[in-house]
Design a binder for this molecule. Structure first.
Ligand SMILES: *Cc1c(COP(=O)(O)O)cnc(C)c1O
Length: 398
């Protein structure tokens, strides 16, 4: 048999990659520490004793990050969305009712996933650039009988923080439903106390607050959520995302599917760096950096999209520079300054991430000057030095 498809003439990878990688200051993925990158280059047997020790350590580290003693912590080979899908599909099925509390793209995604597995879904949306309040959640819960409620802690798509999450969690518990929280962009950037707040499932990705690689995610189940997982009356539609099957590997060190070994090692390193830094110091670093960045942006003459009381610290939404093409601004930032920030899902904003390794003062100076100078070159007279001075003052004030 002749070979019918000839070898393609594609570029060597080194030609495709830039000489100097762009500084990733968008909404994820974020820069990773050297120790994480090194771990990501190692492949070992996924069922051997070394991996067992890594998994046991990873679950302990995860318990610290999630602030839970439940022990039911599972890694998912897949994006954060895959972990969201594991949460939803193990707790929702035809005949179950789900309340989706929606404040943007990602919280809406949880509702779509619940619809996809055949649950009856009620959606309640907050107005644009505002959070879900406890009062909204209370009214929504009073209007039905729900088995599962889904919400996001920080809505990356528009830069809104659901600051009343602890109160909402208490209302959901009183209602008798299970609460799924998407903490993909927020985990370890700001407080989230799974056990204390009474959250049943928390989901996170690798490539945001944790500063690991994309493609390996983490999920934690409370005891109550796990009881529901185990008691489900029908087969799981997703074999890979079946939490009970996944527990064979994560609990019993048996084969489920071949684990994403390098990504798990990278996540271990990332979480270990977090526990060495301590959550308290990490939260302070994030609070300082995001406050300084926001002060710099405003002092330069740009506006922030979300009012301060609703503003998500970990992804800062900036009103698109007036009169300019935001895509062109972002292109100039990348081409001339080597910094990348994010656009938006159809909203008139640009977004700058403040997650994990993005929260370093030298990165703040870099991204702010790149933004200011790019806007100025395109014709918007921003006070770039005023912005830099405000950034510096705010960093030093803390
Ligand atoms: C990025 C993000 C997701 C999706 O993560 P993927 O890894 O792209 O699947 C979900 N929720 C929030 C809040 C996010 O920021």
């Amino acid at each position: 048999m002749p070979i019918t498809v000839s070898p393609p003439d594609v570029s060597p990878l080194a030609q495709l990659l830039p000489d100097e990688p762009l500084l990733l200051m968008g909404a994820g993925p974020v820069p990773i520490p050297h120790a994480v990158a090194q771990a990501n280059s190692v492949v070992i047997n996924h069922l051997g004793p070394t991996m067992q020790a890594v998994i046991e350590g990873l679950k302990e580290l995860g318990g610290y990050a999630f602030q839970t003693r439940s022990g039911k912590i599972i890694g998912v080979a897949g994006s954060a969305s895959a972990a969201m899908e594991m949460a939803v599909s193990n707790l929702a099925w035809p005949g179950r009712s789900v309340l989706a509390l929606v404040s943007g793209t990602f919280s809406a995604r949880l509702g779509e996933m619940a619809t996809g597995v055949g649950a009856e879904v009620t959606t309640v949306c907050s107005p644009l650039a505002t959070p879900i309040t406890a009062a909204m959640a209370q009214a929504a819960l009073a209007g039905g009988r729900f088995d599962v409620v889904t919400i996001v802690q920080g809505e990356t798509s528009c830069g809104v923080l659901n600051a009343e999450l602890p109160q909402i969690a208490a209302l959901v518990k009183a209602h008798g439903a299970l609460l799924i929280v998407d903490a993909v962009c927020t985990l370890t950037t700001m407080p989230l106390r799974m056990d204390e707040w009474g959250i049943d499932v928390v989901v996170t990705g690798g490539q945001k607050g944790l500063s690991s690689i994309p493609g390996v995610s983490l999920i934690a189940f409370s005891d109550a959520a796990w009881q529901t997982v185990v008691a489900r009356p029908r087969p799981m539609p997703h074999w890979c995302l079946d939490a009970q099957r996944a527990w064979r590997f994560w609990g019993d060190h048996q084969y489920h599917y071949t684990a994403p070994v390098p990504g798990i090692l990278a996540l271990y390193q990332a979480l270990r760096l977090i526990s060495t830094e301590t959550l308290q110091r990490r939260f302070e670093r994030h609070a300082t950096c995001t406050a300084a960045l926001q002060a710099g942006i405003e002092a330069m003459g740009l506006q922030l999209f979300v009012p301060p009381e609703f503003r998500l610290p970990s992804v800062v939404a900036v009103v698109a520079p007036p009169g300019l093409d935001s895509d062109e601004v972002r292109r100039q930032m990348a081409d001339r300054h080597g910094v990348e920030i994010a656009g938006a899902f159809g909203l008139p904003i640009i977004r700058i991430g403040q997650m994990g390794e993005q929260c370093r003062s030298h990165h703040l100076f870099h991204v702010l000057s790149a933004l200011g100078e790019s806007c100025r070159r395109l014709g918007l007279p921003l006070d770039v030095s005023g912005g830099m001075a405000a950034l510096e003052a705010e960093l030093c004030a803390r």
